[in-house]
Design a protein around this ligand. Structure first.
Ligand code: SER
Length: 717
């Protein structure tokens, strides 16, 4: 501070006034600070006090109205200490709550959904927390744990607290404390390996001065400069203290004398304006006007400025950039921070477990390009839907996909994968995971992004008939037989080989199920199948082989599968197989998160946003499912497996109707031919059949409709 003063007077050598500094070291002790302040006012007759620590300021502020000695502080940042309520208190910085917007802006920009504040249990520490909590609540960021550290804590106590935080799996911390406690905390956090990759530490303005000595130098010089200017402006050369007639003179405080020019000095400081080093000194209501914040990134012992924040523009790269840019809270406006562990990989990415599939890879495909490659490429319908959902979120969601595999890079099953959310190995699972009740024991699901349900797929008896006779389906065979017995001969219905689960069970036939899925549990618990009677299958080819083999040759009577996979299977194998109900209901495919995760409602809303918007979902469906059918009959596709009725479907009906009409006509003609034989013979008609037909037609043309007889030749004449 004395250096700042020398610099100041070197530049302003024409000033007629000079400040002289008097220092008293009272440490962190409030009582010592109070007594030092009293001593300075009473015995040294100082004309202004600059307390260096927030706790000192607290008591000294109380003395000011009595002695009218201005107190200038940049460290007393607690929102509880307000210049408007404490006359003669001037704050050469903003109050703490001004930085809350910036901190919360950073949390939002990096998409952190959880943060743990660590703060000291003092008025300074506690002062910020209500403002912070309100602001975090507004952006829906959860505070799962708060760590309140008493300033008197020893290293063991601080380490215990850090270990609790570590066990809580929180990775993003906000530290708000004074330098003495802060410096201890960071040393211990490093020992606890919490300064490593995966963690992020945000520090508040007060501590930033500890890590940014230049900043604190700037703020210190600001106070001196302001005071020196005000003293010069007010023309104060000497000032005396006026004696007070104290009624309670036994109290030392009340016996304080009044600084004669105190009020004038105070008012002059309030109106002093100047441009300091990177700070525009301009007081509003007794404190520095909140204008701009610089954001810096501490890497080891160095710091680098990564951007700034102003109320008008939000984040920007350069504080002095005056271009008219729109307000932005995007992290793209900042330089890339280097995170603990010297990485640019953002900490607290969502760790997303992904299942491994073998078969039906249209849904999800995880591919390693070599055996040493640990970053596989992951694609499929599910991944595209997730990315579309991510785009529809109101905040960035940084994540990494981690395939859930055993050491042979094979699947461990979907139930086990979902259970890894409970064990906190993953934060979420993105896959073709079905929403079923028992999984809610360990995860929370989003709303479904695809409908599903479990059905049997079985071989059809006659796979050559296509859909020619589908018009018969609306009525049962018995009804058709009863009503149309005379017309049904050229007909054989398209029938599934099995329709009844009970029958399959009773006869002890084998059934198949989708390997790794919850269907195994459904077969055992809900359908009460004997475990020896079901076999797992993964690929459509395996389904096909097992179903076509025949039950007597070790094949299965039916495969229990989910509708989305069966549709793909049927698209490939056309009308050789069919789905048979009843449908065992599930809630469809959804993404899974930790129980109580605040992300679930956001992701659910974004899923609806995608699935209800054809422009978003249709291209994804087309990309993965449109070319999946080998069927000649395109009506059996993924989107409409149930065959729709077309001209072909009524082919049989037309055939019957046509043949019936022809036969009726023929019968009529023959009958007519014989009943009118004499008339025809009168005319000496040749006996050739076709000539007779022609003659009949002619006679028919001359028919007397009223008598139902043909007119005779003679009568016409
Ligand atoms: N959809 C199945 C499940 O969630 C996997 O095939 O178990």
């Amino acid at each position: 501070m004395s250096m700042a003063l020398s610099d100041f007077y070197a530049v302003n050598h024409n000033y007629s006034t000079r400040l002289s500094l008097l220092t008293k070291d009272s440490g962190n002790d409030i009582i010592a600070a109070a007594s030092a302040a009293l001593d300075l006012i009473k015995n040294e007759e100082v004309q202004a006090i600059i307390p260096q620590r927030p706790a000192q300021a607290r008591f000294v502020i109380e003395l000011c109205p009595i002695s009218q000695v201005p107190i200038i502080s940049f460290s007393a940042t607690s929102p509880f200490l307000s210049p408007s309520q404490n006359p003669f208190f001037i704050r050469t910085t903003q109050d703490e709550s001004a930085q809350v917007k910036v901190i919360v802006g950073i949390v939002k920009a990096f998409g952190w959904r959880e943060i743990a504040p660590i703060y000291e249990d003092t008025e300074y520490g506690n002062g910020l927390i209500p403002y912070l909590m309100d602001a975090l609540q507004e952006i829906d960021t959860r505070v799962p744990y708060r760590s309140v550290i008493p300033p008197s804590s020893n290293n063991t106590e601080i380490s215990e607290e850090l270990n609790k935080l570590k066990a809580n799996h929180t990775r993003i911390f906000l530290v708000h404390m004074t330098a003495s406690l802060g410096s201890k905390l960071f040393v211990l956090a490093k020992k606890a390996e919490m300064m490593s990759e995966g963690y992020a530490w945000i520090i508040t303005q007060g501590l930033s001065f500890l890590l940014d000595p230049m900043g604190s130098k700037v703020m210190d010089s600001l106070q001196v400069w302001a005071l020196a200017m005000a003293v010069e402006k007010a023309g104060i050369v000497h000032s005396s203290f006026l004696k007070q007639n104290a009624s309670n003179s036994n109290v030392d405080l009340a016996a304080l004398d009044i600084l004669e020019i105190g009020r004038k000095l105070h008012n002059t400081i309030l109106t002093t304006k100047f441009q300091g080093l990177s700070v525009n000194f301009h007081l509003v209501k007794g404190q520095l006007e909140p204008s701009a914040f610089e954001l810096f990134n501490v890497i080891g012992r160095t710091e680098r400025i990564i951007g700034s924040w102003t109320g008008n523009r939000g984040f920007s790269l350069d504080l002095n950039d005056t271009s008219e840019e729109a307000y932005s809270t995007s992290k793209d406006k900042l330089k890339q921070p280097i995170w603990p562990g010297c990485t640019t990989d953002q900490p607290a990415k969502l760790r997303i477990g992904v299942p491994i599939r073998n078969g039906f890879e249209e849904f999800l495909k995880v591919e390693w390009h070599s055996s040493t490659d640990d970053k596989p490429s992951i694609s499929g319908f599910v991944i595209d839907v997730f990315h579309a959902v991510q785009d529809a979120l109101p905040f960035p969601l940084s994540h990494e996909f981690i395939p859930y595999v055993n050491k042979h890079r094979q699947s461990n099953g979907y139930d086990e994968l979902l259970y890894q959310i409970k064990t906190q190995r993953y934060d979420a699972v993105v896959g073709d995971t079905t929403i079923v009740a028992n999984r809610y024991l360990y995860v929370d699901f989003t709303l479904p992004y695809l409908e599903s349900g479990v059905l049997m797929v079985v071989l059809v008896k006659d796979d050559d008939n296509k859909n020619l006779w589908i018009f018969l389906r609306p009525l049962s065979l018995n009804l058709w037989l009863t009503t149309s017995v005379a017309f049904i001969f050229t007909v054989q219905r398209l029938q599934p080989t099995f329709v009844d689960v009970k029958e399959i069970k009773r006869k002890g036939y084998l059934v198949g199920y989708q390997k790794g899925s919850f269907i195994k549990g459904l077969l055992m618990k809900q359908l009460d199948f004997d475990e020896s009677k079901f076999k797992p299958f993964e690929t459509p080819e395996e389904y096909h082989e097992a179903l076509s083999k025949g039950i007597l040759n070790g094949g299965v009577a039916a495969v229990f599968g989910e509708i989305p996979y069966i549709k793909l299977f049927l698209a490939k194998y056309c009308s050789r197989y069919t789905m048979v109900g009843p449908t065992y209901k599930t809630d469809g495919f959804g993404f899974a998160f930790q129980q109580g995760s605040p992300l679930v409602p956001y992701i659910s809303r974004a899923i609806l946003n995608v699935t209800q918007d054809q422009e978003k979902i249709a291209p994804i469906e087309r990309k993965y499912f449109s070319s999946q059918t080998n069927c000649e009959d395109q009506s059996t596709t993924i989107s409409s497996h149930s065959p729709s009725l077309g001209v072909d479907s009524f082919g049989g009906l037309f055939l019957i109707a046509g043949i019936t009409s022809m036969v009726s006509l023929l019968v009529y003609v023959i009958k007519f031919f014989f009943s009118h034989w004499p008339a025809l013979s009168d005319k000496n008609i040749t006996t050739s059949f076709w000539s007779k037909l022609v003659e009949i037609a002619k006679l028919f043309d001359q028919k007397d409709l009223s008598s139902h007889h043909f007119k005779r030749e003679e009568s016409r004449a």
